[in-house]
Design a binder for this molecule. Structure first.
Ligand code: HEM
Length: 325
């Protein structure tokens, strides 16, 4: 309890009531009573904010906009004819291009705001507000969100999407023991059919992201302010930055994957395919362990995560330079 408040203020991290130099215990009389009531007020404010803080709530808003706009796309999309579906959406249907862009930008918003929220948690050292199991489930939100995004990218059915799907299948196939079975499960077995990818995109991964988010935020649905704010930001982006359709890199020397995976694509230029799951695994495990370590190891893990992000950005720049020749 007191530990949560201490960590919120950036002081030494303590778990639950196990604070070694609990400030309340050192005070007496009316001062102690005042401190206790102030502590209770801070805790109740923290509880009403939830462990997520403001960015966490906004992330849930983006998820809701992404799901709603995704459902609105369903009548116009066929996994057997992805390219025609998107052409009709983009060119034939009034406001179809806005709907598509709304779905994409709200989904990107979900990833960006989730990453920002994670940085917020690490800087404010609030990870111990979650129980260990809840923390690990929350950490899983990152890879599951990326899997949902990648599924959406594959649904475009253009040259980049086809290449990304082949890489995705190849990388999953390098996982030990169950790799090839898992690749079949995720990507399907029928050539040029996106049925399995569509089901996992709109079903499995979306459901998982929603379940993990609602458990993390301790509410089944987001608050209306976050949904409205996320909706407005997504609509503004959809209007301002048109979402390209088809191969956007006709002059590029390589087909580029989705922007958030360019770092992995850059790494795979020289490194073996297994790096594409080993590197994210390292990130997720290091992040998960942050909740369990003392101050020295925490500093080491946070530095490791920082180095990972810098290397990822470097590989992103590298693949962009390669693509321009
Ligand atoms: C019930 C839930 C969902 C449904 C029914 C759905 C449906 C769809 C459909 C039909 C497409 C293909 C149309 C297009 O490419 O514009 C698509 C694309 C996409 N989806 Fe979803 N989706 C859902 C949830 C999500 C979630 C939770 C995310 C993100 C975490 C997401 C991210 C994307 C992305 C990034 C694209 C590619 C947009 C593009 O570049 O064209 N979707 N989705």
């Amino acid at each position: 309890m007191g530990g949560a408040v201490l960590s919120e203020s950036g002081a030494a991290l303590t778990d639950g009531a196990a604070a070694p130099n609990e400030p309340v215990a050192t005070l007496t009389g009316s001062a102690a009573a005042w401190t206790e009531s102030a502590t209770a007020r801070t805790e109740s404010a923290t509880a009403s904010r939830g462990p997520s803080g403001s960015l966490g709530r906004l992330a849930f808003g983006f998820l809701a906009v992404s799901v709603l706009s995704g459902v609105a796309l369903v009548p116009f999309y066929s996994p057997a004819r992805p390219a025609e579906s998107l052409e009709a959406l983009q060119g034939g249907l009034p406001w179809g291009f806005v709907l598509r862009a709304l779905h994409a930008y709200s989904s990107f918003g979900l990833l960006v705001v989730t990453a920002g929220h994670l940085a917020q948690v690490l800087i404010a050292r609030t990870e111990r507000q979650l129980t260990p199991s809840s923390w690990w489930r929350s950490v899983l939100l990152l890879p599951v969100t990326v899997a949902a995004l990648l599924g959406g990218f594959a649904l475009r059915g253009d040259a980049e999407a086809g290449a990304a799907l082949a890489v995705w299948r190849g990388v999953v196939g390098t996982l030990p023991v169950l790799g090839s079975e898992l690749a079949r499960l995720l990507v399907g077995t029928i050539p040029n059919d996106l049925g399995a990818v569509t089901l996992h995109h709109a079903g499995t991964f979306t459901l998982l992201v929603w379940l993990l988010t609602s458990e993390h935020g301790k509410r089944l649905v987001p608050d209306s302010r976050s949904v409205v704010l996320a909706g407005l930001v997504s609509v503004a982006l959809a209007g301002a930055i048109p979402l390209p359709l088809g191969s956007s890199s006709g002059t590029a020397r390589v087909l580029l994957g989705p922007w958030y995976l360019l770092g992995l694509q850059g790494a795979l230029v020289d490194l073996p395919a297994a790096v594409a799951w080993l590197a994210p695994l390292l990130f997720v495990v290091a992040l998960g362990l942050v909740r369990h370590t003392g101050e020295r190891w925490r500093r080491f893990l946070v530095a490791l995560l920082g180095a990972w992000v810098v290397a990822y950005a470097g590989f992103t720049v590298r693949i962009l330079l390669i693509s321009r020749g």
